[in-house]
Design a protein around this ligand. Sequence first.
Ligand SMILES: Cc1ncc(COP(=O)(O)O)c(C=O)c1O
Length: 444
Amino acid sequence: MSTRDLIARDTAHLIHPLHSTVAQQGARVWVKGEGALLTDADGHEYIDGLAGLWNVLAGHGRRELAEAARAQCETLAYASGYTGSSNERAIELAEHLAGLTYSSINRFFFTSGGGEATESSIKMARAYWKLRGRADKTKVISRIEGYHGVTLAAMSATGLSAYWPLFEPRVPGFVHIPSPYPYRYDAPPGVSQGIAAANELEQAILREGADTVAMFLAEPVQGAGGVIVPQDDYFSRIREICDQYDVLLVADEVITAFGRTGTLFALDHWHIEPDIVQFAKAITSGYIPFGGIGISDTIASTLDDDGRAWMHAHTYSAHPVGCAVAIRNLRIIEDEDLPGQCADKGTRLLASLRTALGDHPHVGDIRGKGLMCAVELVADRSTKESFPAGDKVGPRVLQETARLGLFSRIKADTYVLAPPAVITDDQLDRTVEILSDAIRTVLG
Ligand SMILES: Cc1ncc(COP(=O)(O)O)c(C=O)c1O
């Protein structure tokens, strides 16, 4: 059946994430994936420039993962993960993660995805402070441009305001500070950009009152906000501030965990550890919905010692099939050194983007960390002024890249790239070629 016919049926009965019936008219209907390539219902092939939604790290068509899911379905497809039950795969996965994640993080709660991971870390942080007799520490500070999912509390933590209007009021007690956006953050004289941006956290804590703040939530490298890579001095100052004011540092590694930025976990780049880490996406390379949080030994022992129940739960927490796929996928990540591949291929991608587009008068910034890159288009390079939204520069570039065989996403006029770690060098070169052709077609 052709894409046209499928879309007619689609719009009759489906509501999509970020639903827009008008935009859905130009949708592709995907029928197959292999490595870094996707095929649509009309038989056209595309480079999967965003590895699905940043998640298909190991690439499409991995039979090992299908086999792991099949074997677990046959043995035990489902059993409750609620207290009073457990399953072998969940035990095995948690044990394995304890060896892989930050050294102070050794206990895990599993979810079905990233938004649930955000909800879980907020509820873990609030519970932690209550159990320690500091019940007023409930507020969540996060960042403008940050993305943490769209369930109501996660949406309130998300700092991309386009996600709010139809669903307000937001949950109270959520505060946003600016991102350490190297291309756009204005630091006062005499202070490095990274330190100044981190000090925004201290100012917010002091404004709100340290006794009311539970946690600071941050993606080590911001993804949906347009691949914002922090300065090297940012996170160590953040850790210092969190320690000084008794604020938990929660790393939202839903995109960055398991290798995307070139290290297994992204705060390793800056040699600091969070109190809670959130993960999802690449833990199963997207083959099955899965996510979770890891908590520090201090938080875990507070929970253990108190003995009161943490009344937070999902039917699909610690799903045996999700755990089995995650275990097998982690083996691929380690055996094939996907973090190393992301580091090497990311360096190649960034260098090629700079060669191809560095001199273009409307390319304001080319940035990235590991295999997570972005090209930000601007009306005026000298002032960094953005194009008027009505010009739809980003959407037109996006449409042109899709026409040429590259499928990804934009944040306004920033084109983001995060292909599967298994992408070939030829496919990487073709990615750059298509993006620069598309930019030249739209902007000259
Ligand atoms: C950093 C981050 N956190 C949380 C989420 C939400 O995850 P999910 O869409 O699985 O709910 C995302 C999704 O893109 C994300 O990028």
